[in-house]
Ligand binder design. Sequence first.
Ligand SMILES: Cc1ccnnc1
Length: 293
Amino acid sequence: IEYSTEPFESLYEVYEDIGSGQFAVVRRCVEKATRSEYAAKYIRKRRVASSRRGLPLEVIAREVHVLQKLHKHQIIISLHQVFDNGQHVILVLELVRGGELFEHISERERLSEEEASAFLHQILLGVCHMHSHDIAHLDLKPENVLLLSKNRQHIKLIDFGLSRVITDAEEVRDLMGTAEFVAPEIVNYEPLCLATDMWAIGVITYILVSGSSPFLGDSQQETFNNVTAVDYTFDTQYFSGTSDLAKDFICRLLVKDVRKRMTAKESLSHPWIQPESEEQEEERRDAQTNMDN
Ligand SMILES: Cc1ccnnc1
């Protein structure tokens, strides 16, 4: 997709803000020719190399390339068009209206294991697709998982602003992401890898089934210390009703050695995600984390 320099506002009607990040604002918009709705992500361009506002073009281009490679997958947000209006690059993305998984959890405090496992199964399908193209997301967290609609379990992964192709040669080390979800190798400036996403999935699973966060400290530094020490417990206050399968799934992801961490492919066949037997199905269903009972 080349960046059109057609005036964006001549082809789209722009409506309310639906999201915002450090360098981007997302607005609902309508394509005049088709009356179809989209999400317009305005990414500010960095004018001067030394400035801190906006992003350099090559960083913006990375997100566009990643989306172009991945977006035909049903779990990955799809990219419709790209504009450059001088001050911003505007990504015209599929519009997803169900809100963040993060809000869905906060409303419920925690999810039943069946619901959590169903969400994770979809996230893993999307991450498997990315990893099969050697692309790491590097910013997986509940805020970057959107629900297609409120009460449905279909989700989309968004915000590929930090994602990149991981080639062994390029030892990418710049610290990034959100402290609560970063893996030990990021805190220690070791080379990033696809397994970095799998650590984040372990943290997301822990939060979905318990409502608490494994490494969160009172400061970013304390959180980093907890991460590098892999210092977490299944506190009975939050995990008394959690199935052994769920805890086993989390344990195999929150592993410091990236070579020993479960891969996306392996995690798809873990019994908590893909029950092999009626007993395992029952164990997941009967877990006491279900707040309804
Ligand atoms: C925030 C957002 C991003 C992409 N699509 N829909 C909504």
